[in-house]
Write a protein that binds this ligand. Structure first.
Ligand SMILES: *Cc1c(COP(=O)(O)O)cnc(C)c1O
Length: 400
């Protein structure tokens, strides 16, 4: 009996061929394949610029740096997310406040975020950055956060690690892709193997802002520039005849080595061709779970907001373990013994001992209620209809 994990990557013959081409080429790190992958993502997502980096966490870190977030500043993110959405603000010394989720879509509640923004303002500690999270592949309430940004003037970082390929419709009926609408200042992607497309490890920041794109590119490689037009120290940079010295480069700010390799970029670009097909299959899988389990007395499913085309990075079931009289651990262990992997996304970040500092403000009543019921069922494109039926049968038995 094969083990069914909750998520896994898919590597095709074409993917392998694309990687081999790079391995036989002159460039392994940051050569032509990176630029090509960045252009392909811009085209796919409708973004202006894309900056590929070594993982999604590095992308979030650079986005916070490019936003000018610093020690003593405040950032707000969702209580239900992977810890990286909060840690990125801590890397630059900012404090993190956690907003609650909307119980239907499981994305950050604009109302809860507004309360935190007002509280910060009344304490004369304005919020410099808000990191919204497109949880499970459902874009957050884009128009509500655009309105909050207008009122409170923060830099908006959209953590779209789950939602590349998702679309949503604005109040005028215009459909937007995640990454296309310029209201978020930066949109962050991850290419970890459980995500929609993978590069092994990898991440990206997308932006429509030329200035932010320039800073992000510089921060990705040590804060160094090799463009003579940007050199500040003219005496060192230029020869007497005005030509740039051939060895010269200039470090203008403290950056990192967060580069992606060309090997990874080739894999990512090849995977990108299957993004939409993969999401279509994920949507079928979730529809099949809902059809089979939706009427179960102890199981419910989150609801997508109107106009949202959900990317379903995760297939989250909401299970009332108390009314079923079974603990979540018992159910998960039962599934595991039957060869089925499940996971909980996520433990509310403000419950983490690191974030238990009393200065960390958190609104998370809905997040806690969600957390008690959450279970992510297997969801990845190669999952077969027979696999889905097996997951459902075993889950029904585990809850009986
Ligand atoms: C995966 C993920 C990240 C971090 O991505 P890595 O590539 O693993 O560093 C950040 N935020 C969310 C919501 C994620 O799911």
């Amino acid at each position: 009996m094969k083990f069914i994990p909750y998520g896994r990557q898919e590597i095709s013959r074409e993917d392998i061929d694309a990687v081999v081409v790079v391995l036989k080429s002159d460039y392994l790190t940051q050569g032509p394949a990176i630029e090509s992958f960045e252009r392909a993502v811009c085209l796919e997502a409708g973004s202006g610029h894309a900056i590929a980096v070594c993982n999604g966490t590095a992308a979030l870190h650079l986005a916070c740096m490019a936003a000018g977030l610093q020690s003593g500043d405040l950032a707000v993110t969702s209580a239900i997310t992977f810890v990286a959405s909060a840690n990125c603000a801590r890397y630059v010394g900012a404090d993190v406040w956690f907003a609650d989720i909307d119980p239907e879509t499981l994305t950050m509640s604009p109302l809860s975020c507004r309360r935190l923004l007002e509280k910060a303002q009344s304490e004369k500690r304005p919020v410099k950055v808000v990191v919204t999270v497109d949880f499970a592949g459902h874009p957050c309430d884009m128009q509500a956060f655009a309105q909050l940004k207008k009122e409170f003037g923060f830099v908006w970082i959209q953590d779209a690690c789950h939602s590349i390929g998702a679309t949503w419709e604005d109040s005028q009926g215009i459909r937007w892709k995640v990454g296309e609408w310029p209201a978020p200042d930066m949109t962050v992607l991850s290419f970890h193997p459980v995500k929609h497309i993978t590069t092994g490890e990898g991440g990206m920041v997308m932006t429509h802002d030329d200035g932010l794109a320039h800073r992000l590119r510089q921060l990705r490689t040590h804060g160094i520039t090799r463009d003579p037009a940007e050199f500040m120290n003219k005496a060192e940079a230029f020869a007497a005849d005005g030509s740039a010295n051939p060895w010269y480069y200039e470090m203008q700010q403290l950056g990192f080595n967060y580069r992606m390799t060309d090997i990874q970029a080739a894999l990512g670009e090849s995977q990108l061709h299957r993004l939409t097909a993969g999401i279509v299959r994920r949507r079928e899988i979730v529809a099949a779970y809902e059809a089979r389990l939706g009427g179960h007395p102890h199981i419910a499913f989150p609801k997508a907001a109107e106009g949202v085309w959900h990317a379903y990075h995760l297939a989250v079931a909401l299970i009332d373990f108390d009314s079923a009289g079974k603990s979540r651990a018992t159910v998960m262990n039962h599934l595991r013994e039957a060869g089925i992997g499940t996971q909980v996304h996520y433990i509310p970040v403000p419950l983490m001992p690191y974030y238990k500092d009393p200065v960390c403000v958190a609104e998370f009543t809905q997040s806690q209620a969600y957390y008690r019921r959450a279970l992510s069922l297997p969801c990845f494109p190669q999952l077969t209809d027979a696999d889905i039926a097996r997951v459902c049968s075993v889950l029904e038995v585990a809850l009986a």
